[in-house]
Ligand binder design. Structure first.
Ligand SMILES: [Zn+2]
Length: 451
C-alpha cells in the first residue's frame, strides 16, 4: 500500500463551548494506494514454498475439497491483553473488483486500489506506537494448518517497494487458504510449518514488513493452492468473484465510530514514517490547568455529529461540545484544548458518535492514597501512564540519556533493567498486576501495573 498516510493540518473554528479553544484537525489517513501490497514475484514464491512444504513437512491435504463444507472466517485481528481503547483499526483497502485500470470494491465503492487482492486493515491512531508495543494481534480466521511462515524480515517499511513481507499462510478444511501479511519481525507464533492452529489462535502481531507504507494486515483468501484462485470474502452487489460472504459475521462496509477518546498534556507527536509516535497521553492532571481532549474516528462520515462531554465525579456535565463531520475520512484524529476542573476527583471524557459511546477516565490532583502520581515530583523525569498495562513512556531531560532505569517488585527483586535511550523512552513491561518501584539516577517512584 502506498501513501497510506495523507497528513494534513487544517484549522477550524467551531461553535465555541464554554472553555474550549480552536479545534485542530490533523493526521487524516485515507490511503492513496497505487502499488501492490504483495508483488507478483512474492505470490509466485509463496505458491512455490507451499508446494515444497507439503512434501517437506508431509502436510496432509483435505481429503475431498468438492464435498468439504465451506469454512467461514472470523475477524483476523484482536486487541492484545491490556489494550483498553475501544477500537484499533480502520479498513484502508478492499479487493479490487474492477479488471480494468479502474477500481471498485465489493460494495461498489472505491476503497481499494488497482489490482489489490486482499483486505488492508491498518492500525490507528498511532500505527508505529501500536506496532512497537504489540497492541494488535493477528489471529487465525478459522482452524487450519500452517502452510508457510516467514518471521525474520525488516518490518518498518514506508513504501510499496516490492519487498517480501513476514507472513503466515494457513490452509483450512475446505482447501481454502488465508494469508496474513506484513507482520512484525520475530512476532510470529512459535508453531511450525505443518502444525495445526485453532480459530482465534495467535499468529503474530501487525507490522510493516514487505511492500507496505505503514503497519497493517493484508488479509487475503484463496479458494485453493494458487494465487489465481483468490477470493473476496465480502458479499456485496459488486463482488463478481463470490456470491456469498465467507465471514461468519460480515461487518458493515463502514463502521463509523470514535474508537479512542483520550486526554493529553501536549499534542501527540507523529513523526514521518517509520518514526514512532509519542501520544503525550496522561490520566492525571493539575487542577485548573489545560489539557487536550482528542477523538480518533474510524470512518468519519460527512454530516454525523460527535457529542463530547467532560463528566464530573457526580455525573453532571463540566463542559460539552460538538463536532459535525464535514467530510468522509477513513481515519482522523482531532482535538480541542479545554480548561480542566479545579476540584480533585475522577472525571470522564465521554465521546458519542454514530450511537457509540467511548470513554476515558482521568484524574485531577491525584493523591498517592487514591492513585499514583504521574508527576513523581522530579521535573527531570516523568513516567506515564500510571497505572498502566506495562506499556510505559518515560520523559527525561537530555542529561539522563544513557542512565539505567531499574524496576523492582514489592519484595525488592529486580524485574526489569533498561537504559534511557532518548528524551522519550518506551518500555513494554510484561509483568503481573501489582505495585512496583523504579529507580533511575536520583528519580524514584511507584508504578502500578493493571493488565
Ligand atoms: Zn494489501
Amino acid at each position: 500500500m502506498k501513501n497510506f498516510l495523507l497528513a494534513a493540518t487544517l484549522f477550524l473554528v467551531i461553535i465555541a463551548p464554554l472553555t474550549s479553544k480552536a479545534q485542530e484537525v490533523e493526521d487524516i489517513q485515507n490511503g492513496n494506494n497505487t502499488s501492490l501490497c504483495i508483488s507478483n514475484e512474492e505470490y509466485n514464491a509463496i505458491e512455490k514454498r507451499q508446494a515444497e512444504n507439503i512434501i517437506k513437512y508431509n502436510i496432509k491435504l483435505p481429503l475431498n475439497k468438492t464435498t468439504a463444507t465451506q469454512v467461514t472466517y472470523n475477524w483476523p485481528l484482536r486487541a492484545a491483553k491490556g489494550f483498553k481503547d475501544s477500537g484499533f483499526y480502520a479498513i484502508y483497502a478492499y479487493v479490487d473488483q474492477d479488471a480494468t485500470s479502474g477500481i471498485k470494491d465489493w460494495n461498489c465503492g472505491t476503497n481499494t486500489y488497482n489490482g489489490h487482492k486482499g483486505t488492508d486493515i491498518g492500525l490507528f491512531p498511532y500505527r508505529f506506537y501500536m506496532m512497537d508495543n504489540k497492541q494488535v494481534e493477528i489471529i487465525a480466521a478459522a482452524d487450519g494448518i500452517i502452510m508457510d511462515k516467514i518471521d525474520s524480515l525488516f518490518d518498518k517499511n514506508c513504501a510499496a517497494n516490492g519487498l517480501t513481507a513476514n507472513y503466515v499462510m494457513l490452509m483450512h478444511s475446505d482447501s481454502s487458504r488465508t494469508l496474513y501479511a506484513h507482520m512484525k519481525k520475530y512476532s510470529l507464533t512459535t508453531k511450525k510449518i505443518g502444525d495445526k492452529v485453532k480459530q482465534g489462535e495467535f499468529l503474530g502481531t501487525v507490522g510493516s514488513s514487505g511492500s507496505s507504507t505503514g503497519p497493517h494486515l493484508h488479509f487475503e483468501v484463496w479458494k485453493g493452492d494458487k494465487q489465481s484462485t483468490y477470493n473476496d470474502p465480502w458479499a456485496g452487489s459488486c463482488n463478481k468473484i463470490n456470491a456469498t460472504t465467507w465471514w461468519a459475521k460480515q461487518k458493515s462496509y463502514t463502521e463509523p465510530a470514535i474508537i479512542v477518546a483520550s486526554v493529553h498534556t501536549a499534542a501527540p507527536v507523529v513523526p514521518a514514517c517509520p518514526g514512532t509516535e509519542t501520544p503525550n497521553e496522561d490520566s492525571c492532571f493539575k487542577a485548573g490547568g489545560t489539557a487536550l481532549f482528542q477523538i480518533a474516528y474510524r470512518n468519519e462520515t460527512k454530516g454525523l455529529t460527535a457529542n463530547m462531554r467532560i463528566v464530573n465525579p457526580d455525573g453532571s456535565t463540566f463542559n460539552s461540545w460538538t463536532r459535525t463531520s464535514a467530510a468522509d475520512n477513513k481515519s482522523i484524529r482531532t482535538y480541542v484544548s479545554n480548561t480542566l476542573p479545579s476540584k480533585a476527583g475522577t472525571y470522564t471524557f465521554e465521546a458519542k458518535y454514530n450511537g457509540i459511546t467511548t470513554n476515558k477516565k482521568f484524574k485531577i490532583n491525584c493523591s498517592p492514597t487514591t492513585g499514583i502520581e504521574s508527576y513523581q515530583g522530579n521535573l527531570d523525569f516523568r513516567i506515564y501512564p500510571n497505572p498502566s498495562n506495562g506499556n510505559l513512556t518515560i520523559n527525561s531531560n537530555p542529561h539522563c540519556i544513557g542512565q539505567r532505569i531499574i524496576i523492582y517488585n514489592s519484595v525488592g527483586e529486580i524485574v526489569s533493567e533498561n537504559s534511557l535511550t532518548n528524551e522519550t523512552t518506551s518500555l513494554n513491561l510484561q509483568l503481573p498486576n501489582g505495585l512496583y518501584f523504579y529507580k533511575s539516577g536520583e528519580s524514584i517512584g511507584k508504578i502500578l501495573i493493571q493488565n
